[in-house]
Design a protein around this ligand. Structure first.
Ligand code: GTB
Length: 217
């Protein structure tokens, strides 16, 4: 059974692969699992049919037979647990890879989302200019710790795993902020993730959604 995922019909990033369907696409490509994509409009995401799949009216979702999943981390974990290639066989190494998945979404991603909110949703508020340096420093704390742990290694814990996939997915959203470049080993780590053939296939597939569309789309 080929799983179906959902993605933005019109993504604000116009194909830079920053929306969270990218993590799911990448995981499916790493696992060699063909998949279908259903594109949804912002309006359709808020309608009952989509909320039955995703209670918060968001993408991505994952449908496979009678399994329906939401939350990109849970979807990637499911793919990793049911296909080879994304989690180590050794039970302890597997548990550590899952810990890195949680670290990505639970420890590193939250301060990065504060930056998005401050810049794009609260950018016109009087407190934003004062708040931004505080948020950037909170992100630096996480990046500094992550950078120290990664050191000169290629991946966070031995071979590439779903933990790296999630972490790279989170860090990619910081590229435009310049913060990632303050930590050359993290910038190189993201580069290694993006150079993986499975990442390239996933990226090209999501980019193709926007090919040939006018910029006003
Ligand atoms: N915790 C959930 C998960 O991990 O699956 C969060 C899902 C989520 O935030 N989905 C976003 C969404 O559907 C898309 S990824 N938003 C619409 C809504 O809430 O109404 C967030 C995102 C959106 C756009 C860009 N971009 O264009 O750069 C990047 C990331």
């Amino acid at each position: 059974m080929i799983p179906t995922i959902t993605a933005f019909e019109t993504s604000p990033d116009r194909g830079k692969g920053l929306a969270r369907d990218m993590r799911v696409r990448w995981a499916l490509e790493e696992a060699g699992q063909p998949y279908a994509v259903r594109l949804v409009s912002f309006q359709a995401m808020k309608e009952p049919a989509h909320r039955a799949l995703q209670p918060f009216g968001q993408i991505p979702t994952y449908e496979e037979g009678d399994l329906v999943l939401f939350e990109s981390g849970a979807i990637v974990l499911h793919i990793a647990q049911t296909r080879a290639g994304l989690l180590p066989d050794d039970a302890h190494a597997r548990a550590r890879a899952v810990a890195w998945m949680f670290a990505a979404v639970n420890t590193v991603e939250p301060p990065t989302l504060e930056l998005v909110v401050a810049r794009f949703l609260e950018g016109d508020q009087p407190w934003t200019e004062q708040r931004l340096p505080l948020i950037r420093d909170r992100i630096r704390q996480r990046l500094g710790d992550l950078s120290a742990r990664l050191g000169e290694a290629d991946w966070l814990d031995g071979a590439f795993s779903a933990g790296d996939l999630m972490m790279v997915g989170v860090l990619r959203r910081l590229q435009a902020s310049g913060l990632l470049d303050e930590y050359p080993n993290l910038a190189a780590y993201v580069g290694r993730g993006e150079a993986r053939p499975a990442f390239r296939r996933a990226f090209d597939a999501q980019l193709a959604v926007f090919a040939g569309r006018p910029a006003t789309d």
